[in-house]
Design a protein around this ligand. Structure first.
Ligand SMILES: Cc1ncc(COP(=O)(O)O)c(C=O)c1O
Length: 377
């Protein structure tokens, strides 16, 4: 089946009890059991819930994964994935992941004996140098947030596997519509469903998708033992969101390209970061690895003062954190999403005080461009 068909039908079988076409919100904490050890496959709602199960089947099908687990947030999905490594293990973390991912490693996981090093995963020889005998995992995000650096997932997977390490890819920016990391050799895909998968800025959630049975059993064990599960209502919302993922992503991509082109030609903009631009240093890799470029665009205004003026002058675009919703959101990475990244690292990565990031929504493109134009003026 094609992507849009899978998105609408996988996990979405009519309800067995009533025939309801939309999977109901099973808002229950427990289930009546027919007798000792006899039940309908559902015992307690932290362990299993039919609405969550439908979503888990849906997103794992979209990622071409056999197994999938829905979590209370993207961060809890990432945290559960990191429970595949133990004290004394070493992880290579992309040097430009979401700030919260870096914070999880730097402030929490290191307290539990997990070693990590940062590496530019877009540079294979840099990455090669970071491997140690105890490296068990490579964690990448591509394209990165907010400077849109692209990592070659196939090359990273080959290198990691040759060194006995698993590869985890945060696929939040592209969504499975534009990028399928598992098809490129990646072992585990994580998502903040808060973003494109849900798509309507009204739910926080996360997802882990994978093929290895043993690792899947462990992720499920962690999901149940720690209990950071996605609620039935949020599972319903994300399931509703993925039904329109294909049409939304096409619209984000179309608007994203037009905003990137507009900004490239604007005299007040010094640089535009968007892998869809032919001038992007990794445009060819992005075009090969992704089937679209999406709606995330960053641009350099030259100074904090200029960035502040733009951010405070927009009228249609909403100043706020997050991304991937139908509405255009604009943010200042240095003080918002990446505030937990040390300033020296931010500067090295190009996350300057003048950098502005837009999550281009699916409003009429003329309105988005008119808003940015008046804000830049
Ligand atoms: C790429 C990426 N991964 C993970 C996360 C964390 O997800 P959540 O906010 O759902 O915990 C975010 C949040 O912005 C993100 O942008």
């Amino acid at each position: 089946m094609g992507f849009a068909t899978t998105a609408i039908h996988a996990g979405n079988e009519p309800d067995i009890a009533t025939g309801a076409v939309s999977v109901p919100i099973y808002q229950t904490s427990t289930y009546a059991q027919e007798g000792l050890g006899k039940n309908k496959g559902f015992e307690y709602a932290r362990t299993q819930n039919p609405t969550r199960l439908a979503l888990e089947r849906n997103i794992s099908a979209l990622e071409n994964a056999k197994y999938g687990y829905a979590f209370a947030s993207g961060m809890s999905a990432i945290d559960a994935t990191l429970k595949l490594v133990k004290a004394g293990d070493h992880v290579i973390l992309g040097d430009n992941t979401y700030g919260g991912t870096y914070r999880l490693f730097n402030r929490i996981l290191t307290n539990y004996g997990i070693e990590f090093d940062l590496a530019d995963t877009s540079n294979i020889s840099d990455l090669e140098k970071a491997f140690r005998p105890n490296t068990k995992m490579v964690f990448v995000e591509t394209p990165t947030n907010p400077v849109m650096t692209v990592t070659d997932l196939r090359a990273v997977s080959e290198l990691a596997h040759a060194n006995g390490a698993k590869v985890v890819c945060d696929n939040t920016f592209m969504s499975p519509y534009f990028q399928k990391p598992i098809d490129l050799g990646v072992d585990i895909v994580v998502h903040s469903t808060t973003k494109y998968l849900n798509g309507h800025s009204d739910s926080v959630g996360g997802f882990v998708a994978l093929n290895d049975e043993k690792d899947a059993e462990w992720i499920q064990f962690v999901q149940n033992s720690v209990g950071a599960i996605l609620s039935p209502f949020d599972s319903f919302l994300v399931l509703r969101g993925t039904k329109t993922l294909a049409v939304r992503m096409e619209a984000h991509d179309k608007n994203g390209r037009m905003v990137a082109n507009f900004l490239t030609e604007h005299p007040k903009v010094q640089k535009v970061f968007y892998p869809g631009l032919v001038s992007h240093p990794q445009h060819d890799l992005a075009a090969r690895q992704q089937s679209g470029f999406g709606g995330m665009v960053s641009f350099e205004t030259g100074s904090l003062e200029n960035a502040k003026k733009v951010l405070e002058s927009v009228k249609l675009c909403t100043l706020g954190e997050s991304l991937g919703g139908v509405e255009s959101l604009i943010s200042h990475p240095a003080t918002m999403t990446h505030a937990s990244v040390p300033q020296t690292s931010r500067e090295k990565l190009g996350i300057t005080d003048g950098l502005v990031r837009i999550s281009v929504g699916i409003e009429d493109i003329e309105d988005i461009i008119a808003d940015l134009d008046q804000a830049l003026s």
